[in-house]
Design a protein around this ligand. Structure first.
Ligand code: ADP
Ligand code: ADP
Length: 231
């Protein structure tokens, strides 16, 4: 089976700092991977290299057989549409309703018609438990609700893989669970996911594989049980 993502000897240097030193890993269809490790290890940079938000200094990132490091911008943009990304900060458009936020990319980028986009957006809102918030504006939602909208918005592009960069780190503690629940549901539906997180409970219970990163390397790649129970 061809991996969804294959990272080969990726390095990333900022100025004189080697942030990613030599990373080779694969992500297979339906896999949930939690990328954990100390602050400054390079987790966020690595995640951003997977969709070329950060361009690797060396090595290749192969997404469904296409080497993203060798693509022209047009093809890269097309492939990026198949990778949903959720950040620590929700980045919703403040002047748009929840529904409009979710509909925007499918309509603008994919040319989906209004009625279809509305139908999909409402179904996604239902999926993230916010069916009654379609007409609300981001400022009137809690952080946990905004992050669930951000997840719905990423899903609206029908991605093949979802990348999460510390999706619960900016939330008040009481809202972390509702976002993790949505992510867990997504995982159990078979979504391929790479999640940078400090939520060890999520990593232990939901991940198929844990990547432990420190000092610019993935030092260990193991099942949660091997990682947490037999360290
Ligand atoms: P983590 O996500 O594990 O906390 P990061 O990938 O955010 O780690 O950062 C790893 C290192 O790379 C840090 O020292 C950070 O300051 C540095 N870094 C990240 N992005 C940049 C950038 N755009 N320019 C320079 N240094 C950066
Ligand atoms: P996070 O902890 O959410 O990864 P950071 O504060 O590490 O956020 O980084 C926020 C942004 O600043 C990112 O785009 C990152 O690439 C950039 N960045 C981080 N460290 C540096 C740095 N030392 N110099 C320049 N840009 C940086």
């Amino acid at each position: 089976q061809v991996p969804v993502l294959a990272v080969e000897h990726v390095k990333k240097t900022f100025g004189k700092t080697d942030v990613l030193k030599d990373i080779t890993e694969t992500v297979h269809n339906g896999e949930v991977i939690c990328l954990i490790g100390p602050s400054g290890a390079g987790k966020s940079t690595f995640l951003r290299c997977l969709n070329m938000l950060d361009e690797p200094t060396a090595g290749s990132v192969v997404f469904e057989g296409n080497d993203l490091t060798k693509m022209d911008d047009k093809h890269l943009d097309q492939l990026r549409e198949e990778m949903g990304m959720v950040f620590q900060s929700f980045n919703l458009f403040p002047h748009m309703s929840v529904l409009e936020n979710i509909k925007l990319a499918p309509m603008k980028v994919k040319g989906v018609d209004d009625a279809t986009a509305t139908k999909t957006a409402n179904a996604l809102l239902d999926q993230v438990g916010l069916a009654d918030k379609a007409d609300a504006f981001p400022a009137n939602l809690s952080g946990g609700q905004q992050q669930r909208v951000a997840i719905a918005r990423a899903l609206a592009m029908n991605p093949k893989v979802m990348l999460f960069d510390e999706p619960t780190s900016a939330l008040d503690p009481e809202m972390v669970g509702e976002v993790l629940k949505v992510m867990q549901d997504l995982a159990s539906e078979g979504m391929t996911m790479v999640v940078v997180t400090h939520e060890m409970g999520f990593a232990r219970n939901v991940a198929d594989k844990v990547w432990f990163m420190a000092d610019g390397y993935i030092q260990e790649s193991a099942t949660p049980s091997a990682f947490f129970d037999h360290p």
